[in-house]
Design a protein around this ligand. Structure first.
Ligand code: FES
Length: 107
């Protein structure tokens, strides 16, 4: 299990034990975390699973694919340098302890 911390816009934070290989979107939805809408169910076509990755660990993530980069142009909240789509971030041992923050809005 990989521990991932998800912070809501209110500041409430949740520590999730995420099986390796699961996406952070899957883990958030499975645990009933508000703020990850995930309209497309992880197919990388909706941009409603936007998160901000903790900037100091951003470079540890595998880089986004072209489809994710295109969708990041369509997120409804401010796009930041640390923006990613949580359905495209797979849980892996090296990400243990990663903190991601949910933006103010997804739609
Ligand atoms: S769940 Fe739709 S793009 Fe991530």
């Amino acid at each position: 299990m990989v521990q991932i911390v998800i912070v809501q816009p209110s500041g409430a934070s949740f520590e999730l034990d995420v099986p390796e290989g699961w996406s952070l979107m899957q883990a958030a939805v499975k645990n009933g975390i508000d703020g990850i809408v995930a309209e497309c169910g992880g197919s990388c076509v909706c941009a409603t699973c936007h998160v901000y990755v903790q900037p100091e660990r951003f470079a540890e993530l595998p880089p986004p694919g072209d489809d994710e980069l295109e969708l990041l142009d369509e997120v409804k909240a401010e796009r930041r340098p640390s923006s990613r789509l949580s359905c495209q971030i797979k849980s892996a041992a090296e990400l243990d302890g990663l903190i991601v923050t949910i933006p103010e809005r997804q739609t």
